[in-house]
Design a protein around this ligand. Sequence first.
Ligand SMILES: *[C@@H]1O[C@H](CO)[C@@H](O)[C@H](O)[C@H]1NC(C)=O
Ligand SMILES: *[C@@H]1O[C@H](CO)[C@@H](O)[C@H](O)[C@H]1NC(C)=O
Ligand SMILES: *[C@@H]1O[C@H](CO)[C@@H](O)[C@H](O)[C@H]1NC(C)=O
Ligand SMILES: *[C@@H]1O[C@H](CO)[C@@H](O)[C@H](O)[C@H]1NC(C)=O
Ligand SMILES: *[C@@H]1O[C@H](CO)[C@@H](O)[C@H](O)[C@H]1NC(C)=O
Ligand SMILES: *[C@@H]1O[C@H](CO)[C@@H](O)[C@H](O)[C@H]1NC(C)=O
Length: 242
Amino acid sequence: MRLCYPLLICLVLTMSSSFIISSKHMWTKMILTHHWPTTFCSMEHCQSNISQWTLHGFWPDGGAFCNSSWHFNSSEIEDLLPDMKTSWPDLFDPLSNEFWKYEWKKHGTCAAKAISLNSQHKYFSKALNLYHTLDLDSILKKFSITPSPQYYNFSYIEGVIENFYHVKPKIQCGQSTKNDSFQVLGQIELCFNSSFALMDCEKPVSTESVPDRGWDYTMNVDKGSGLSMCNPDVPVYYPPVE
Ligand SMILES: *[C@@H]1O[C@H](CO)[C@@H](O)[C@H](O)[C@H]1NC(C)=O
Ligand SMILES: *[C@@H]1O[C@H](CO)[C@@H](O)[C@H](O)[C@H]1NC(C)=O
Ligand SMILES: *[C@@H]1O[C@H](CO)[C@@H](O)[C@H](O)[C@H]1NC(C)=O
Ligand SMILES: *[C@@H]1O[C@H](CO)[C@@H](O)[C@H](O)[C@H]1NC(C)=O
Ligand SMILES: *[C@@H]1O[C@H](CO)[C@@H](O)[C@H](O)[C@H]1NC(C)=O
Ligand SMILES: *[C@@H]1O[C@H](CO)[C@@H](O)[C@H](O)[C@H]1NC(C)=O
């Protein structure tokens, strides 16, 4: 009888810790986030003349800041740096590594729970590879979605992306503080499963990921703050480079 209590406690502890481990264990979805530099800079007060969709991040759906002792080291991605500078630029300071360092610390160290992404080289090269394969910038142009003083119908933009990639993207807009009759196209996310096949961004993947869903919010307040899901009923402004 005396042994029963420690045993019970032991059992309960084992069960709860395995639950925590399983919910934090591995991501089930990687989110490749593109942003439009003009919109980003109008919200964050930077200056950019870049007229292509660039990478904001490559985010796992579970966890953030998973390993504080795993430091970003640009020597490990030396061969990727020319591509990083054009495809994943730091819009605050094009000569700085700070953005990559932050993305690695916050998201890369969690993505690295998968063998496929368990080094800085694997993580950054996979993101670049998917970014080039998707070629979102060309797809938008191909379907005549280009920066313009005119407004777009949100469902047209969403439809083009969805029909082309056959999955649901997540599209975020900035709200104009001065004028709520339009919204500004800001960020486009496309999602991948752990085999790096495209999947719907909103699709719940498994019950295990539910405890981590709050991270979606944290992700949105990454550097591209002030964005929210576009309102399908409000015209979309896709701002040209100033
Ligand atoms: C963009 O600005 C950079 C310096 O900030 C300059 O070197 C570059 O030539 C500009 N590019 C274009 C297309 O204007
Ligand atoms: C964290 O990163 C360090 C340095 O790369 C590594 O030695 C350690 O095993 C990692 N810890 C975990 C829990 O992955
Ligand atoms: C950075 O990576 C390079 C190449 O892998 C390695 O030689 C160097 O020791 C690393 N630096 C640090 C501070 O870990
Ligand atoms: C915009 O999309 C809506 C569907 O959400 C459609 O009913 C409407 O006709 C579209 N407007 C234009 C101008 O294409
Ligand atoms: C808001 O934007 C719309 C569309 O560009 C424009 O017609 C309207 O005059 C603007 N309103 C204000 C208060 O700036
Ligand atoms: C990822 O999606 C592809 C295509 O839908 C599927 O064949 C593959 O089994 C999926 N991988 C995982 C790990 O779910």
